[in-house]
Design a protein around this ligand. Structure first.
Ligand code: ATP
Length: 146
């Protein structure tokens, strides 16, 4: 019989997530999970994750909270997890809604030309990185423009 017993609601642990660049705070709030493009592959952080630190590559960040997902393009950076706190320091980060698609498309085209014409020259690597940034932005922008 359970009548009269005090209810024992178990609080589900959550993550506190901060996403910053050197000039702004992009996200500061709670989350059920965070997915990020770590250098060794995509990682998804859930509450109670062990302490963890990784570098990030150009790609897509996803923050999930109360059934909603928010999407961000990141051009690289660091992610640290400690005591249910996730801190992401991005070189550049844009929310999906902020991405200027025409600009990203122009950047992608410039980078493709560079990658095809500068092989063996120092600009080649810069072209590859620019290509990865622009592709990430275009992919993330699609999340809110379908
Ligand atoms: P571009 O050649 O278009 O400047 P980029 O990859 O060289 O692209 P970054 O140096 O990574 O640009 O970013 C410079 C600043 O512009 C950052 O603040 C970044 O958030 C912002 N930014 C870059 N591309 C876009 C975009 N397509 N939409 C919105 N903001 C962007």
């Amino acid at each position: 019989m359970t009548e009269g017993r005090p209810s024992r609601r178990v609080e589900r642990p959550t993550l506190r997530v901060t996403i910053v660049t050197d000039d702004r705070v992009v996200y500061d709030g709670l989350a059920e999970s965070v997915s990020a493009p770590a250098t060794l592959g995509m990682v998804t952080i859930l509450p109670l994750h062990v302490c963890f630190i990784t570098t990030l590559e150009p790609g897509e960040l996803t923050v999930r909270w109360q059934g909603e997902a928010s999407y961000y393009a990141i051009s690289g950076g660091f992610l640290e997890v400690r005591d249910n706190e996730v801190t992401i320091l991005g070189d550049t980060v844009e929310r999906a809604e902020e991405i200027d698609v025409a600009r990203a498309e122009a950047a992608r085209q410039r980078a493709e030309v560079l990658v095809h014409t500068a092989r063996g020259r120092p600009e080649y690597l810069a072209g590859l990185q620019a290509l990865r940034r622009s592709r990430a932005r275009l992919r993330v922008a699609q999340r809110v423009r379908r």
